[in-house]
Design a protein around this ligand. Structure first.
Ligand SMILES: NC(=O)c1ccc[n+]([C@@H]2O[C@H](COP(=O)([O-])OP(=O)(O)OC[C@H]3O[C@@H](n4cnc5c(N)ncnc54)[C@H](OP(=O)(O)O)[C@@H]3O)[C@@H](O)[C@H]2O)c1
Length: 279
């Protein structure tokens, strides 16, 4: 197969990273994975064209070393930093302690832009495996056949994306001129659903109605404050998504593009198709 571009995945052993490596190879790119000891060192030697980074939420600032290396190399056509969630540019009012993730991602964005490095930011919304497995309840990974706790009204919409689809769209975007210096929003239209709608899909699949209780925002926040710091960071993100509907309350402006419109031939996985794996 003729190789198209040289792509480096920094964090290619991780949850999303593995899928990005697969998608990059599948789309015909000569693909490299950056392992921990080599960070910031080998990029020049490899002379890659497109690095994608997927460090953990609490290691986002390590990417500043990558930014320095890319600036020094001077031949990288595009850098996609570790984002892949809620657009941090829309979260300036996010609450503590979870806002650290958004603040750190904005620090990396600033460094990229000040260095004049061409970029694409990917806002991938909710990883399906994290959210759908638990019927949107944090801490649950397999959907119950008995009971579900509804967060708030359960009516706020979120966007659920199969991680393999995130990888496919991301790799399609890396050398696409339409996504240069823009944010790619992954918003599969059929997957924009409330928690209640997700639960209904599951109930239809199992042919049974679940018992439901509800958690108010006050109860959620009070129990969040009893958790350790790392848990609180994650729960803050759930709060903004499930209680405030932060993913769907803004328009994509000129600075962004929507993945399913750019790449209509991609047959993305719907929530119903995704949830069949739990039957
Ligand atoms: N939208 C959502 O629902 C959602 C959910 C979770 C995460 N996210 C976002 O997705 C991104 C990835 O997070 P994650 O938790 O999923 O990542 P992850 O699976 O933990 O993977 C992190 C990767 O970074 C590598 N790494 C860590 N420290 C490194 C270092 N010092 N040098 C080189 N490589 C290093 C890890 O290598 P090892 O294999 O050696 O550990 C691993 O390959 C983050 O930006 C996060 O905010 C989004």
């Amino acid at each position: 197969m003729e190789m198209k571009s040289k792509v480096l995945i920094a964090g290619g052993t991780g949850y999303l990273g593995k899928r990005l490596v697969k998608a990059s190879l599948g789309q015909g790119h000569e693909t490299y994975v950056l392992y921990r000891p080599e960070i910031g060192v080998d990029i020049e030697k490899l002379s890659v064209q497109f690095p994608v980074s997927i460090f953990r939420s609490h290691q986002i600032l390590l990417q500043l070393k990558l930014v320095d290396a890319i600036k020094e190399a001077g031949n990288v056509k595009r850098f996609l930093p570790s984002e892949f969630g809620t657009d941090p540019a829309k979260m300036e009012n996010a609450m503590e302690p979870g806002r650290v993730t958004f603040d750190d991602k904005m620090v990396v964005r600033k460094a990229i832009e000040e260095a004049g490095i061409p970029f694409t930011y990917v806002s991938a919304n909710c990883f399906a495996g994290y959210f759908l497995g638990g019927l949107c309840q944090p801490g649950h990974i397999i959907p119950s056949r008995e009971h579900v706790s509804i967060l708030g009204s359960g009516e706020e919409k979120a966007i659920y994306v199969d991680e393999d689809d995130i990888a496919t769209y991301t790799i399609m975007a890396i050398d696409d001129p339409r996504t240069l210096n823009k944010t790619l929003y992954i918003l599969p239209p059929r997957n924009i659903l409330s928690q209640r709608e997700v639960v209904q899909i599951w109930e239809k699949l199992i042919g049974k109605e679940l018992r439901k209780s509800s958690i108010s925002s006050e109860e959620f926040l009070a129990s969040m404050r009893e958790q350790d710091y790392a848990e609180q960071v994650g729960l803050t993100h759930y709060y903004h998504v499930c209680f405030e509907g932060c993913l769907t309350k803004f328009e994509i402006g000129d600075e962004g593009e929507e993945a399913s419109k750019l790449y209509p031939k991609v047959k993305y996985t719907t929530v119903e198709e995704y949830m069949k794996r739990y039957l």
